[in-house]
Structures are given as C-alpha cells and as structure tokens.
Ligand binder design. Structure first.
Ligand code: NAD
Length: 385
C-alpha cells in the first residue's frame, strides 16, 4: 500500500514533534514566504542567541557540530577551547569568535568571567567528559556533553551533582532524540501502528583505523574511551531500544569477541552482541563492532507490522520503511538538522528554565546498562538491572 502522506503532512508532523525553533527554521520555505520588508519572526538576532563554548576541536566538533550552528535559531558559537592555539585561532576567525574568547585546557576555568558564554559543549574523548563538565559547572556554565556521558556510573553521578550544585542544566548530546525520522518512528510505535511491539534489533559498526585516523587513536585506549565499540556506537543501539520501546530493560545478556592479537583490541572490545529484556516482554538484540563495514540501523517488530530505520543514527539522509502483510511503504518525511535542533533545544531550556529532553540522568542510565552488559559478557550469564 502506497503511503499517502503529503510533504505538507510530514512538515506539520515534523513541526509538531520537535516544537523547536531550529525545526521551524529547517522547514524550507517558511521564511522565504515572508515579504522582504517584514521582519522575520523566526529569526533571532545574534545577540539574543545563547553563547556556546566548544571544548575540543576534533573531527566531530569541526566537521559536524560547528558548521551546523548556521541553522540555529537560539544558539551561536562564542568561545573555543583547544590544546592547539593555531587551530583555535584559525577557527575563531572563521566563526567570528573574539580572540579573547579562545581558551586552552589550562586556562579553561577563567571562562567563568566570560558573559558571552552560557553553555559549554564538551566534545572531548569520553574519559575527559566528567572533568570538563564539572569544571564548566563550577565556572557557572550550563553543559552539553557528548555521548557516552562518562566512562563510569560514579563519574556520571558526579557530573549530575556538580551541575545541580551550581544550579546549571546538564544535557547529553543524544542527537537521535532530535532527529525527525527517529521521532516519527517513536510516534508510530506509540500509536500502535506496528501492533504490539515484540522485538527490536539494532546494529552499529564501523572499522576503527588508529593508524590512519587521529580520532581513532583514543578510541582504542581504555582510559580515554572507557570501552570499545559498545561505549562508542553500541550506545546508539542501546539508547534506541529504550526510546523505541519507551521502557527500561530489566535484564541483559551479552557475548563479546575481540581478536587480542590485533593491536587495536588489546584494551577495548571489538564485537559485542547484547540482548535487553524489557518489562512488556520486548526483546532487543543488538550488536556493535569496530570491524564491521559501516552500519547504523535499527528495526522494530510488532505483531502487525515492522519498521526499519536504516540508517537510524547517521548524520544525514535517514530512511524509514514500514512493512506489513500488504507490502512495504516508505513515508515521505522531511530530513531535519538534528545538530541544530539539539543545540537550540538546550538554549531554549536554559532560557525557559526547563529540563532538557536528554538530561544527565538519561546518560547515566545508558552507562549503567553498558556496565551491566560488560558484566554479563564477562560472567557469561544474564545480569538483572
Ligand atoms: P577527536 O579525536 O576527533 O576529537 C577529540 C578532541 O579532543 C581533539 O581535538 C583532541 O585534540 C582533544 N583532546 C584533548 N585532550 C585530549 C587527550 N588527552 N587525548 C586525546 N584527545 C584530546 O574525536 P571525536 O570523534 O571528535 O570524538 C569526540 C567526542 O565526540 C567523543 O566523546 C565521541 O564519542 C563524540 N562523538 C559523538 C558523535 C555523535 O554523533 N554524537 C560523533 C563522533 C564523536
């Protein structure tokens, strides 16, 4: 059966789901339709936007996050923090950041005196998230922190405590929660379009190449990464199983295999398969790997229909397919800018004093489940969570 959604319908759904300024901006045509002389109500003046300091100018920060500020309605880059002054100065010029707002890791704490910075976005190796979140909170700044939140449950709790103590927001950058295809999938499941949900599968893999990719060097270092493919990308499968079901798992099982003669896997795991059992009886079966060819997909199986997100967690070009006894269909959805949406979401939460959709507690839950998955793999038996 062909899907009858018009692009207007999908636009409306997209707007309703996100209710974010960024989403409004991302819908092509809305602004263009306004007469030239009228001020655009969607546009926030630059000085009214909240200021973000970007901590860590690595691959993800420079190639994805910073360029996508262009679509933000409520957020702008006002400071940079880096160990490389030359790189930071070059990027500061490119993004119009004042030279006095470029910090090193050593003088980062003096960011407390910079009124242009409202939010600090931590995009450092996982093992450094806790330290910089706590320092940012102590400097009186709100925090957006990359996934995984930290490398231990204890560190996650310390981050939450530090932000609470400082009276500052803490959000974990789970961008899929701000991505229209994932939001649409969740809505379809909640409305019962698949019938009774029975199972989830999700696979996330990519080859790590620390000899070729600088960003992969710390990924195979246990102290900086906290773990291997599960911490880095398996977390998308774990988190998706939770938001697709809307439930918390009760029990996990896992098996891990890493070729210890491969220098990449001396400290962190390569292949891991884990299952999550949810209270409703849904079973999620997930894999992650540092030696698969790239894959980032998720599927949900109900007793009436199935739904396929492939990719589920990519940066761009998402796909959603639904299948039932009448055949397969592909709803026409509008691709959004999940990066801008999440940056704007936290800015709006700060401005309106609201709790972010993906607060520190959400990050802590995943780290807790990750630890249970590692324990299950180690012990070779199911672990209650
Ligand atoms: P990267 O190696 O490219 O960037 C890390 C940055 O941290 C570099 O600029 C590096 O110089 C700096 N750094 C500071 N101290 C360091 C130290 N002691 N060792 C190593 N680097 C140090 O890595 P990345 O791929 O940009 O990942 C950074 C973070 O972003 C990680 O937490 C990762 O999980 C997360 N990430 C998220 C997504 C997503 O889609 N949400 C995608 C990629 C990465």
């Amino acid at each position: 059966m062909a899907d009858t959604s018009t692009s207007l319908d999908s636009r409306r759904r997209f707007l309703a789901q996100l209710s974010l300024g960024a989403a409004l901006a991302a819908v092509a045509g809305a602004a263009a339709a306004l007469p030239q002389s009228e001020p655009d109500p969607m546009k926030t003046t630059d000085s009214a936007k909240l200021g973000y300091a970007i901590v860590g100018l690595g691959k993800f920060a420079t190639q994805q996050i910073m360029p996508n500020f262009k679509d933000c309605q409520h957020a702008r880059i006002t400071a940079l923090v880096s160990g490389s002054p030359e790189k930071a100065r070059k990027l500061a010029r490119e993004y119009g950041v004042a030279e006095k707002s470029v910090y090193s890791y050593e003088n980062f704490d003096s960011i407390k005196d910079n009124p242009e910075v409202d939010i600090v976005y931590i995009i450092l190796p996982n093992g450094l998230h806790a330290e910089y979140t706590i320092r940012a909170a102590r400097a009186g700044k709100h925090v957006l922190c990359e996934k995984p939140m930290a490398t231990s449950v204890e560190d996650c709790q310390k981050m939450i405590d530090a932000c609470n103590k400082a009276g500052k927001k803490l959000m974990i950058a789970y961008r899929a929660h701000y991505e229209p295809f994932n939001l649409d999938a969740v809505e379809r499941i909640r409305k019962g379009e698949l019938g009774k949900l029975r199972a989830i599968t999700s696979d996330h893999g990519r080859p790590v190449k620390p000899t070729e990719e600088k960003a992969d060097v710390w990924r195979v270092d246990k102290k900086l990464a906290g773990g291997g493919s599960l911490m880095d990308i398996g977390i998308y499968a774990l988190n998706a199983a939770r938001y697709l079901t809307g439930e918390e798992p009760e029990e996990v099982t896992a098996q891990e295999f890493s070729d210890k003669s491969d220098p990449r896997f001396k400290e962190v795991e390569d292949n891991i398969h884990f299952t999550l059992r949810f209270p409703s009886g849904v079973l999620a079966s997930c894999t992650s790997s540092y030696s698969y060819a790239e894959v980032k997909r998720g599927r949900a199986f109900g007793d009436k229909a199935w739904l396929d997100l492939d990719p589920l967690s990519d940066y761009y070009e998402h796909n959603l397919k639904i299948g039932d006894k009448e055949g397969k269909r592909e709803p026409k959805l509008q691709e959004g800018n999940q990066f801008a949406a999440q940056l704007d979401h936290l800015a709006e939460c700060v401005r309106d004093n609201k709790t972010p959709k993906t607060p520190g507690e959400e990050g802590l839950k995943d780290v807790r489940y990750i630890m249970a998955i590692y324990e299950a793999a180690r012990k070779g038996k199911a672990v209650k969570v």
